[in-house]
Structures are given as C-alpha cells and as structure tokens.
Write a protein that binds this ligand. Structure first.
Ligand code: PLP
Length: 409
C-alpha cells in the first residue's frame, strides 16, 4: 500500500476530499463513474481560460498558436503514455462513448454488412453495445455475445467458438465496470488477429488503473475517457492504427476536418484532424497532461497495488461481517470494484442510506443492462476505489454497510 504520509500528500491535491456530508467526512467510492480531480488539473483548466484561451489551428496570432501548441503537446503526451507509434493515431473525442461511436459508424460502416458478424461480450457497457446496434439497424449484420462464468470471467472457449468466416469485427472492454474483471486482452486480440479480424478495446475502466501499451496489446482501436483518470471531463481519446484510420471515412463533417471545401466536392484533412470536426475542447485537452503526470509520479504499479490492497481488505470484511451479502464479480486480479447486494434489498435503498452516512456509491444497472439480465438482477450497489482512498475509508464503508444491513433487517 502507499504509505500514510504519501497518501496524505496525494489527498491534499484533491480539495473535494475534505468535504463533509451530513456532519460526517465524505467517503467517495464512486470512482468508476468518475474519479476526483487533483488541483494541478483544475489549475491547467483555469490557466486555459485565464491565460491562453483562443481557438486552435485557425489563427496566426500568438494566443492561438499558444493554445494550439498546448493541445498538440497533449496529443504527443497521450501518444507516448499509451505507447502509440505516432501522435497522429490519437484522436480527441468527448469520451469513450464518442470514440466507440466513431469506430462503429466509420470503420464498422465499412466492414460490417448483411450476413456479417460482430462479437461483443455480455459484460459490455451500453457504450459498447448501442453504437453497434444503431449500425446493425442500417447494415443487417448479427451480433454474437461471449458469456461469463460464475466468477465473472469471460468464457474464452466460447469466445473462440463464436468466430466464423463471417466475423468482421470484435469489440470488448479491457475491464468491466460492474464486475471489475480484467480481460486477457492481449490473448483475445491475438485470437482475433489469427483470423484477420480487427479489435476495438473499450479501455474506460483500465486506463485509470493499468499501464496501457497499445502496441504491445496490438489493439486496432483503444478508447478511454479522461474524467475517469483524474483528468478533465468531456474529453476522451480514440487510439487507432494509422493504416486503419487512413482508410476510414470521416465520422462527422465540419470545420477543422477538411483540406478544401467546394460545392463540387470536399477533400479531407490528414490524420488526426480528419476525425476532429468542429472546435475541440482546447481548454480541457491540455489538462490531460497534468492528469497523466499525476499518475506517472505515483506509478501505475503503485496505484494498482494500493487499490488492490483496499479491495482485498474490504472484500474480506464484507464477507465476514455482513450477513446476506452477495458479491458480483470475484475473478482473480480484478480491478478495485465491488458490486454487491444485501439479501434482496433494493440497491437504491442501500445507496440512499449509505449516502446519509456520508458514503458515496453508485446504484443501479451501471449502464450494463444485458449483464444484469444475465445475472438475473435489476442492479447492484457498487463501491470502487481510486488511489486517494484510505484504509480508514474502506473501514468506514464496511461499517456503514453493516449499519444499513441492520436498519433494513
Ligand atoms: N465503457 C465503460 C466500461 C465504462 O465504464 C464507461 C463509463 O462508465 C463508458 C464506456 C462510457 O464512458 P463515457 O461516459 O466517459 O463516455
């Protein structure tokens, strides 16, 4: 675990962690939905508004050039951070959702047609289901779904058997936002590539916890959101292999993404701008850099180790001390996400009572209704840890769950 003094210094960077709720210290355990933001990221946003605000790529004036420089530096830093070959393979989007919609619409539109097949898994977030269904309605391909076992691990035998000569694309999450399962992404990609099938990885839940190396994984596309990794909200990243991105048609049309426009025909800009129509979030994008620096300073291994220790401690205590607790997702090596129910009590009741005790958790289907259907439940209560969480907070959470279990009876 990270030492107490180091953790104190880390927490001091997050003003929001000092809040109280209902007269108690706030315990924020909804990090899967969004993590909190260190002051250095907030400072970068403030500086963007107070020092360098100008639209990018359009001005000869100094301010515009400074803003453009900051944005393009952020692209380089993201590319280096995920191991991309070139910064031109990094496309800024509004989030993971937009990144997946981009791939589904542009690449999926190219490769999926009548009679073809797409493979997804049952643990996908709606963001990695619905964009494909929208395309399916236009193109008429079928979607095959990889099931999970009782611990929440993908059934890799079933995965292999779902491939056919009509499989054109595979898309799955690196880590589940409900079960915490970390999927064997490299092996799954290799399996698809043996059949020349390209793969999109939804990295929304992996990027905050694991070192991502897109070239080592050999991912064709990799998507994630900055707000889940201590960064600004409203910004995401789509990594794509250059050879694929170059072949793909633009996703949206407008300014920034063109080379020349006339009523007789338009030509498009080079990568990555071909996929970045309109004014980007040029204030937020540079603020990804301090978020990456924050994580790099601590180290991804230290982050994962700390969160894992919290997960183990909390899970052990919940199982030992809360009668009737039901955990969903117990795969070895999972992320620090605990999805649970207390007996048959509705997750909203549990979540609302925990809130009154100062503990912020998420309740409901977590945008994974097909997974809920598979588990035969409507929803869960979900507590998830980030690097700034402490063992005291984990204990406060377990004590609060015990109290809620007692109140609900
Ligand atoms: N994929 C997964 C696995 C997620 O957990 C989430 C958000 O919780 C998303 C995609 C969507 O991310 P965003 O809403 O930032 O686009």
């Amino acid at each position: 675990m990270i030492s107490d003094s180091r953790l104190e210094a880390i927490r001091a960077e997050f003003p929001i962690l000092g809040r109280e709720l209902y007269g108690r210290p706030m315990t924020y355990l909804d990090n899967t939905a969004t993590s909190q933001t260190p002051r250095r990221v907030v400072d970068a946003v403030v500086s963007g508004y107070t020092q360098t605000k100008a639209n990018v790529h359009r001005g000869v004036h100094t301010l515009s050039q400074e803003a453009t420089g900051l944005q393009e530096e952020a692209r380089r830093r993201v590319a280096a951070w995920i191991g991309a070959e070139s910064h031109e393979e990094v496309i800024f989007t509004r989030g993971t959702t937009e990144a997946i919609n981009l791939v589904a619409s542009s690449f999926g539109g190219m490769v999926l047609g009548e009679g073809d097949e797409l493979i997804l898994t049952v643990m996908e977030h709606h963001a990695n289901i619905v964009p494909w269904q929208l395309l399916q309605a236009r193109k008429g391909f079928s979607i095959k779904v990889v099931p999970i076992d009782a611990e929440g691990r993908l059934d890799l035998g079933a995965y292999r058997s779902l491939f056919s000569e009509r499989t054109r694309m595979v898309s799955f999450c690196h880590a589940s936002n409900v079960l915490g399962t970390v999927n064997p992404v490299r092996e799954m990609i290799a399996e698809a590539h043996r059949r020349c099938v390209p793969v999109l990885v939804d990295g929304a839940q992996a990027a905050p916890h694991l070192r991502i190396d897109v070239r080592e994984l050999d991912a064709d596309f990799y998507a994630f959101s900055a707000h889940k990794m201590y960064g600004p909200s409203g910004i995401g990243v789509l990594y794509g292999k250059r050879a694929l991105l170059e072949k793909m048609p633009p996703y949206q049309g407008g300014g920034e993404m063109i080379e020349h426009v006339s009523f007789s025909g338009t030509t498009f800009a080079e990568l990555p701008f071909k996929f970045e129509a309109g004014t980007p979030d040029f204030v937020g994008i540079p603020a990804i850099v301090p978020a990456i620096e924050f994580m790099e300073e601590i180290g991804l291994d230290a982050i994962a180790g700390h969160e894992h220790a919290l997960l183990e401690h909390t899970t052990e205590r919940l199982l030992a001390e809360v009668p009737g607790i039901r955990l969903f997702g117990t795969a070895p090596g999972k992320c620090a996400i605990i999805s649970f129910l207390i007996g048959d009590h509705h997750p909203y009741d549990v979540g609302m009572l925990l809130d009154k005790l100062g503990v912020e958790v998420r309740t409901g289907h977590h945008c994974a209704q097909p997974l809920m259907e598979h588990l035969g439940i409507e929803g869960t209560v979900r507590a998830s840890f980030a690097v700034y969480n402490t063992i005291e907070e984990a204990d406060r959470f377990v004590d609060a769950v015990k109290r809620v279990a007692m109140i609900l009876g």
